[in-house]
Design a protein around this ligand. Structure first.
Ligand code: NDP
Length: 283
């Protein structure tokens, strides 16, 4: 079997096109959706993501800005900036790019963001809402994975889903979203024993680890849907956590890297920002 390749790029494009009339409708009310990305220091990987986010928001006619702060920015200075952005009515979405320099307490910064502007969905309030099944901003990457899964048309009810990785920004919210769709969810991580046995039981396998090609075809159940979240730079090439060549011979659907989950993440960020602006307009 050769898997269907899920074209994240074109699905993301259609999501962004679907947002255009919503942005236009806001503009007729005098509101331009505003997204501010705050970057501290000059992590080269972050620089690429940030540029993509800025471009995507500007392309949509939104007010996308980047605040670039020096590595030496203190906790207090960053908190003050976040509070200023919270109070600015022209800004509907605030995103503090991770990772932050080691001297900054990232959790305190994330907690300082107004949950109504937390378009990344990382604030404890939004994470808690997801846990409770309440409405709130959902982290963009797992939200994008769910959207890609939907495009397969496969009924998720009762499926065995395995999420490899348990970070707060991908693995945990991913598992909760799959649970909401009635999957039987297993979360695997670095202490998991016999990982291959666990992954081979997955009808839906989501991998978010950060190790190039660690999931090989022999670790995939025949006919499984494989969603590769990983972004790894190897010899100047971007690679996923899944060994695409061997896995695509076993899976029924698979996302490529690049052009899979990553493209959707930005589209979901745009969607969350438009939603934040709409919520603001409705206040
Ligand atoms: P983290 O480093 O925060 O988490 C990695 C997870 O992988 C941890 O839970 C860790 O387990 C687990 N892990 C590490 N080694 C193994 C192993 N050998 N076997 C099983 N599990 C293991 O990473 P993130 O969640 O932030 O990101 C994961 C990947 O996704 C990265 O490549 C990142 O670049 C990418 N990413 C892509 C995005 C996109 O837009 N496509 C967005 C965000 C991230 P433990 O908890 O036990 O340490």
């Amino acid at each position: 079997m050769t898997a269907h390749i899920i074209d994240g790029k074109s699905i993301a494009l259609s999501v962004r096109q679907g947002l255009e009339p919503r942005v236009e409708a806001l503009k007729t009310k005098g509101i331009i959706p505003g997204l501010t990305v705050v970057v501290v220091g000059d992590d080269p990987a972050s620089a690429i993501y940030v540029r993509n986010k800025e471009r995507a928001s500007q392309k949509l006619g939104m007010n996308g800005t980047v605040l670039r702060l020096p590595e030496s920015t203190t906790q207090q200075e960053l908190l003050d900036i976040v509070r200023k952005l919270n109070a600015d009515g022209s800004i509907h979405g605030i995103l503090v790019q991770l990772p932050l320099p080691a001297h900054i307490d990232g959790q305190e910064i994330l907690r300082a963001i107004d949950p109504d502007k937390d378009v990344d969905g990382f604030h404890a309030m939004n994470a808690g809402r997801l846990l409770n099944g309440e409405r709130g901003f959902v982290a963009c990457t797992p939200k994008g994975v769910m959207r890609l899964l939907e495009t397969t048309g496969v009924d998720l009810n009762g499926k065995n889903a395995v999420v490899v990785g348990r970070s707060n920004i991908v693995g945990k919210p991913m598992a909760l979203l799959l649970l909401q769709k009635n999957c039987t969810v297993t979360i695997a991580h670095s202490r998991t024993k016999n990982l291959a046995d666990v992954t081979r039981a997955a009808d839906i396998l989501v991998v978010a680890v950060g190790r190039a090609g660690m999931i090989t075809g022999d670790m995939v159940k025949p006919g499984a849907i494989v969603m590769d979240v990983g972004i790894n730079r190897v010899d100047g090439k971007v690679m996923g956590d899944v060994d695409f060549e061997s896995a695509k011979e076993v899976a029924s659907y698979i996302t490529p890297v690049p052009g899979g989950v990553g493209a959707m993440t930005i589209a979901m960020l745009m969607e969350n920002t438009v939603e934040a602006a709409e919520n603001y307009a409705g206040k």
